[in-house]
Design a protein around this ligand. Structure first.
Ligand SMILES: Cc1ncc(COP(=O)(O)O)c(C=O)c1O
Length: 391
């Protein structure tokens, strides 16, 4: 009998978003009169700008005429979108069209890229991280090492003393919500240069970064030799349902790396659909950029309200200034599933238990600012009322 991939069993866990949803749905069913507010949302809630939808509809409409119909496109994306991204996001970095790939989601891209490397490569993942890094690596039977993110380091991943080959870094970080500054990011680039290691740099929340902080790892000198950067239109353009992402695989990583990877991509993928790529290109229209700035501003204002509310209630918190996520220390002496249950049943508020991001996160929970303003305000009011009574 055929054998199943046993590695799949390694990712079955009781600490997952599936459980958060199942428990929330059960609670809603059992208490139909309660108004449950979710601060666990990892998805955007503002819809796609109308102009982008109109451009896409127009493009779709043209698919019924033989002279404007498009079949298979390039597996790594259309040049018109690649050029737009390189000009707007990586202006003076001189990447060529061969170094950028248009794809259908960073979630799948950041794991697919592991096919570039041998299975004995030592993969380093922080304990407290976006769960896909670990789960994706487990299914591929990679040689995985983990290290805890610590409160005493403000949850900034510290450069190790030992050798690793591949390092997953997420900036702005999900779930902590914090960001690297130039100095901390340089330490990782220097480590990778010294160790001949590769950084898989997940930068899907780049649009939330403000102030004097690196927007791309390639702002750090020589990062082109060691980093593969991933970005997505999911959060910025509300394309989480449409699906469009991109990544930069610099030629300097390895001789002929893009010849090899292009061949692999042709063999595995027929490209993101044309209509979606035209929609993604419209992201860069001035009128759309104005709307996007407004949307990001709205989420960041939500985050500010959450931060203020949590601080007022005496919580210790991280993030939420350049990211839609806030990492919160549990005040009671209970686990993150217990705090989840406490807030669900006493406040009708859903938070994400920290243990979902690794067992080092069990004293914390994550809240998200991606929801609607009125819900954010109500959730803070409920938390405040609860602690006024119970303090
Ligand atoms: C850190 C991080 N990376 C990647 C993704 C997924 O991005 P995409 O929608 O492009 O697959 C998410 C989505 O929540 C995320 O939080």
């Amino acid at each position: 009998m055929v054998k199943i991939n046993e590695n799949l069993k390694k990712i079955i866990s009781d600490n997952s978003f599936i459980k958060v949803m199942a428990l929330t749905n059960k609670y809603k069913k059992d208490s139909p009169n309660k108004e449950v507010i979710s601060l666990s949302i990892g998805d955007v809630t503002i819809p796609i700008p109308e102009k982008v939808v109109d451009v896409m509809l127009d493009t779709l409409n043209k698919q019924k005429y033989s002279d404007t119909f498009k079949g298979y496109g390039s597996s790594s994306g259309y040049d018109f979108l690649k050029k737009k991204i390189l000009e707007n996001e990586y202006g003076n970095l001189n990447f060529t069209l061969d170094e950028i790939y248009i794809s259908n989601g960073t979630k799948i891209d950041c794991i697919n890229i592991l096919e570039l490397f041998t299975n004995d490569a030592k993969v380093l993942i922080s304990n407290i991280s976006y769960p896909i890094y670990l789960n994706g690596s487990l299914v591929l039977n990679k040689n995985i090492y983990t290290f805890p993110l610590k409160e005493e380091d403000n949850f900034i991943p510290q450069v190790p003393n030992n050798h690793y080959d591949i390092i997953f870094l997420c900036n702005p970080n999900n779930p902590i919500g914090n960001c690297y500054n130039y100095e901390t990011l340089k330490k990782w680039v220097d480590y990778a240069l010294k160790e001949n290691a590769i950084i898989i740099y997940d930068n899907v929340y780049e649009d939330f970064i403000g102030g004097d902080l690196p927007h791309s790892i390639y702002e750090i000198e020589n990062a082109k030799k060691v980093a593969i950067e991933f970005r997505s239109f999911s959060k910025s353009l509300s394309f989480s349902g449409i699906r469009c992402s991109y990544y930069i695989l610099p030629n300097e990583i390895y001789p002929n790396v893009n010849e090899l990877w292009k061949e692999r991509t042709i063999n595995r993928f027929n490209g993101v659909n044309y209509v979606t790529q035209v929609g993604a290109e419209a992201f860069y229209l001035d009128e759309v950029q104005d709307i996007i700035k407004g949307n990001i501003g709205y989420y960041l204002e939500n985050a500010k309200l959450l931060r203020t509310g949590l601080l007022k209630n005496g919580f210790k918190i991280w993030g939420g200034e350049n990211s839609p996520y806030i990492w919160v220390k549990i005040k009671e002496n209970i686990t993150s599933w217990q705090v989840f249950e406490l807030y669900l049943t006493k406040l009708d508020v859903v938070v994400t238990p920290g243990i979902i991001f690794g067992n080092a996160g069990d004293k914390y929970f994550r809240v998200s600012a991606l929801g609607k303003r009125k819900d954010i305000i109500k959730a803070i009011e409920r938390i405040t009322r609860y602690y006024e009574k119970n303090n």
